[in-house]
Design a protein around this ligand. Structure first.
Ligand code: ADP
Length: 156
């Protein structure tokens, strides 16, 4: 069967930073489920369908990656899928404090699920979905912050 990790996030949109996390994780795990969290309260840039489509287009030829949406607690979703690893990326100490809080709550509620944090290489630290959303709002071109061959215009 091999080891599977769940990589949860909003992915609005999926960035080059997210891809670097996935690339590193592919060396550690056999399969990665990228889980797009759908929060009806949060009005994002991309619809959930388009966030999924972008990631599927990116990994179309990689059978080790699967994309799913979910609307519940991440730990519960892991449990339903029989996955015991939550994968998250770390850019800085702000991410660290945030991730530690979530990981500790998950540890209490879903003790069989472990959180694995991967550090971003320095050159990707400044990349975030929110920077891309801001760039687009003001007419900028986010292509350098996106995975190669992904044109955000196809998903807006
Ligand atoms: P969320 O809304 O759940 O924080 P995001 O889509 O913003 O979801 O991020 C998903 C995960 O990817 C988080 O663990 C976040 O820290 C990580 N991440 C985002 N950008 C980067 C980056 N440039 N380098 C490494 N990890 C990143």
């Amino acid at each position: 069967m091999g080891k599977t990790a769940l990589f949860p996030g909003s992915f609005d949109p999926f960035t080059l930073g997210h891809k670097v996390v996935v690339d590193q994780a592919l060396e550690l795990f056999d399969r990665i489920v990228i889980a797009v969290g759908v929060n009806s309260e949060k009005k994002g840039l991309l619809t959930a369908e388009n966030r999924v489509r972008l990631i599927e287009d990116l990994y179309r030829n990689n059978s080790r990656i699967e994309v799913k949406t979910y609307t519940e607690l991440t730990g519960r979703f892991c449990r339903e899928l029989g996955i015991s690893i939550i994968l998250r990326g770390l850019r800085n100490s702000v991410d660290f404090e945030y991730e530690r809080n979530i990981a500790q709550v998950n540890q209490t509620m879903f003790p069989e699920v472990k959180t694995v944090l991967l550090f971003t290489p320095a050159k990707y630290v400044a990349i975030s979905s929110s920077v891309i959303r801001e760039l687009i709002r003001f007419g900028g071109d986010p292509t350098p912050l996106m995975p190669r061959n992904i044109d955000i215009k196809n998903y807006l």
